[in-house]
Design a protein. Structure first.
Length: 551
């Protein structure tokens, strides 16, 4: 049996090598348009910045090494330009020889990836994109010693990584993002932490503006301003490469990706598709989703080989678990944001915590911000986000695993996670999210979100800051009175009558205060995430009377 694979990187090469392991006799041909296969696209930005010094380390395999180890027939600079599903053939152009050939197949696997979107603005041809090794080489050449200023358009994962790495080699970077925040999978109050980190590192962040025009020495933005730029990079998103599939009449879905079934079969017999080019099933609602991430492409590549080799398997959707570093921060997420969950009509409980990455008494602990998005009706975890200097990666991975295993939010409390002071806490931040979820869902620890505070106060509630006087003086929510939790019992006369909202730094002391106040008959709710969440939320930005400081 002969399998032809289009695209020799994440999905395509996973399929090829897995198929070889499953079938020593299969004829496997990999056709790759660019000059390289098995290159580390995820590492490309880091060579630009010199973190990965040796370009050769990005090239994980060559056609020769793949032939030697796996007996694969790998042809770079070979572009597939047409598929004839009825005849079971593809038309291939050898880009170096300029020759066109026909290649037959029994199974065809498409893994052509996704292409960077370049907006049709004047001068766009002058801008760079970053997708493959050739793009990287062009960008490295353009970012030479004479390049002082760069504009990176797009505050997504690749845009942020590119901006940071240009900055790393001494280039002044302006990051332009059309939305009012970077990193669309995050909610606003979590993305604000990333904005702070970018500012702290000298990145000029322009939100709410797009690149409207690219000139040789500057960029015109949609808000009418101009930014000097010797170098421009577009990283405003990727689109599934579906031209080949469309030409061959394969079904393309509403999100613009190739439609595949649970076994990654397209609408044409014998033709499969994987990776960035296909629509995936979102496990939360079964809807179609585009998830251009390497883990998903690799998993699908492996799975399609199993299907071709006749091995039974389980279809898994893609829940969009992602991570990146932004200077000293780790930013990670899985599943849906609160915004996405609310838009889909779910009643959501959003839980924010600000735990330490490991036991506070052990040196080197960092504070992190975690957010859990929970279905209020079922208690199911819909998503999670984390931002912090350390410890974020494992918490989000644990929650992603919990989601995949059907563990609900309250059950996070009972997960038995590895602990020693250097690594975590006996009550791990993931367990703590479970405690908060339990109290929130069973009504024993009611809380409101930063977005509900304004209306709650307008309706007559009073706001009590239960942190210390020093913390309060350092910065507080306008209109709050300060009665520290440890003084609450003998300063009750200072607590106004009527409903109360209590807050502290991150929610824990306020929980103690709220429990006490509720116990003596007061109508009280906690402010979810406390000061730490409120101060990064749009509510803080919009507060007419700004807090005295935002430490
Ligand atoms: P690709 O790996 O892109 O491979 C597709 C290949 O098909 C390309 O080499 C292309 O040249 C070839 N091709 C296309 N059409 C044809 C044709 N007609 N004929 C022959 N060949 C063709 N994901 C993460 O999860 N984490 C990260 O940190 C991360 N960082 C990234 C950084 C960058 C700069 C980029 C570009 C991507 C990053 N990704 C990351 C995304 C990840 O690389 C992709 O999700 C993954 O590579 C998709 O695999 P794929 O096989 O679908 O496509």
């Amino acid at each position: 049996m002969k399998t032809v694979i289009v695209g020799g990187v994440a999905g395509g090469m996973s399929a090829a090598t897995r198929l070889r392991r499953l079938d020593p006799h299969a004829e496997i041909v990999v056709l790759e348009r660019s000059g390289h296969v098995s290159y580390a696209n995820c590492g490309l930005p880091y060579h630009l910045g010199g973190v990965i010094e040796d370009r050769a380390t990005l090239l994980l395999q060559t056609p020769e090494s793949l032939r030697a180890r796996f007996g694969l027939d790998v042809r770079t600079r070979h572009e597939v330009v047409a598929i004839d599903p009825a005849a079971h053939t593809v038309t291939v152009v050898d880009l170096d020889a300029g020759e066109e050939r026909t290649e037959s197949y029994d199974h065809l696997v498409l893994s052509p990836g996704a292409a960077p979107f370049v907006p049709p603005v004047p001068g766009a041809a002058r801008a760079h994109t970053l997708r493959n090794v050739e793009d990287l080489d062009h960008l490295v050449a353009a970012a030479g010693p004479d390049t002082r200023r760069a504009v990176v358009a797009g505050g997504g994962f690749i845009g942020l990584e590119t901006a940071e790495n240009l900055h790393r080699i001494g280039i002044d970077v302006t990051l332009v993002e059309l939305a009012d925040q970077v990193l669309a999978p995050l909610d606003a109050e979590m993305a604000a932490l990333v904005h702070d980190e970018l500012a702290r590192n000298g990145i000029d962040l322009r939100l709410g503006a797009g690149v409207a025009e690219v000139h040789p020495d500057r960029v015109g933005l949609s808000d009418g301003t101009e930014v000097a730029a010797d170098l421009v990079v577009f990283a405003i998103g990727v689109r599934p490469e579906t031209s080949l599939a469309r030409l061959a009449g394969l079904e393309v879905g509403p999100r613009g990706g190739i439609v595949v079934d649970d076994d990654l079969r397209t609408s044409a017999p014998g033709v499969y598709a994987v990776g960035d080019a296909v629509e995936k099933a979102d496990p939360l609602d079964g809807g179609a989703a585009l998830v251009p991430l390497a883990n998903v492409a690799n998993r699908q590549g492996r799975r399609v080989a199993d299907v071709i080799a006749g091995r039974p398997g389980r279809a898994r959707g893609a829940q969009s678990t992602a991570i990146l570093s932004v200077f000293d921060l780790t930013v990670a997420c899985t599943g849906w944001s609160e915004r996405r969950a609310t838009a889909s009509g779910r009643a959501v409980a959003a839980i924010h915590t600000h735990p330490a990455s490991h036991a506070g008494y052990y040196p080197g602990a960092d504070a992190m911000a975690l957010k859990l998005v929970v279905d209020r009706g079922t208690g199911a975890i819909l998503g999670a986000q984390g931002v912090g200097r350390s410890g974020v990666d494992k918490r989000i991975d644990v929650i992603a695993t919990a989601m995949a295993g059907g563990v609900d939010a309250a059950a996070l409390a009972d997960l038995e996670l590895a602990y020693a002071p250097a690594y975590g806490s006996a009550k791990d931040p993931v367990n703590q999210l479970g405690y908060v979820a339990e109290g929130r869902l069973d009504g024993t620890a009611p809380a409101i979100g930063w977005d509900e505070l304004g209306d709650t106060l307008t309706a007559g509630a009073s706001l009590v800051d239960v942190r210390t006087a020093v913390e309060h003086d350092d910065g507080h929510i306008p209109g709050s009175i300060n009665v520290p939790v440890d003084e609450l019992r003998h300063r009750l006369d200072e607590i106004p009558p009527g409903p109360l909202v209590v807050y502290c730094a991150g929610g824990q002391r306020a929980h103690t205060a709220a429990t006490y106040l509720a116990g003596i008959g007061r109508d009280v709710v906690n402010l979810d995430g406390g000061w730490a969440t409120w101060r990064t939320s749009p509510a803080c930005r919009h507060a007419a009377d700004r807090p005295v400081a935002t430490t």
